[in-house]
Write a new protein. Sequence first.
Length: 338
Amino acid sequence: MKAVHAWAIRAAGCLGLLLLVWPAAGQDAAAAADTLFRQGREEMSAGRYESACAKLRQSDALDPAPGTKLNLGECERHLGHLATAWELFQAVERQLGPDDPRQPIARSKREAVEPRVPKLEFVLAPRAPQDTAVRVGNALVGPPWAPLRLDPGQRELVINAPGWSERRITVLLEEGKTTRVEIAPGPPLRPAPAVSPPATARPPVAPVSPAPPVAPPLAQPTQPAKLAGDRTLGFALGGIGVAGLVMSGVAGAITLHAKSVNQAHCRAGTCDAQGKDAAATGRTYGAITTAGLVVGALGIGLGTYVLVKSGKGKPDTPTALVTRVGPSGGQLSLVRRW
């Protein structure tokens, strides 16, 4: 009992320390993002665009800001990533208000790069199934067949349909041009014919009368496991539960923010670097949200149980945990005498 008590107090202390350190971690992330932003700007001025874009992407992942996206879009444009730059400029336009002086700058940059962005259009072949789907990188495209804006260069298209074999084709996307591709999967899949086993002569089998039904054995209750009460342990477990719920709420807010950032940076199934980073952040903090809910429910539930079990110091109100096992399952019961 002393070991459980000590474990509960340590866990409550760790959760409390985590909640205290959380704001400091956010401040450190903002400072690191500002340093990366300044370094990225210096790299751009020196014409080192690969290094500059990498630093600006890291800065925007740590602390998303319209100014960072605007500079990152300009950096991607210099690298020839025209569709990526177009999406970043468009995202800045949507984030900034009409009175922000950066809004017309982002709009002019988007309008300047838009005619240069390659487009990929899909046409379903006449005999292709209607549920045909195409994967382009990480994007899955299907009916309705909306055109995609993609960076220039070669792209591999993976075409699939249920019951049909996979087909792969490569297309070359050129700056300022629209490429139209006819979509059809590979040949249909033919399942192998079933082979029936050879017939063999079987000796006649005498009918067997059914055995009388046997009544299942009655479930035997096990001896109740007596648990000693401890009000201090109950309060400690309850504190762990409250801290877990608080951590779940904070992680849930971060998850919702990451989801909104992901939606703003994903178009037609294609996500830019910030959209992918936001998706990864949402998955991480979504798991933390679930874990916090589980810890909160278990902590509060166990704390309440221990407090009720301990009573008000009355030795004549025993509490027991009773298990029953039978042929159809088991049962766990909390028994208390009043």
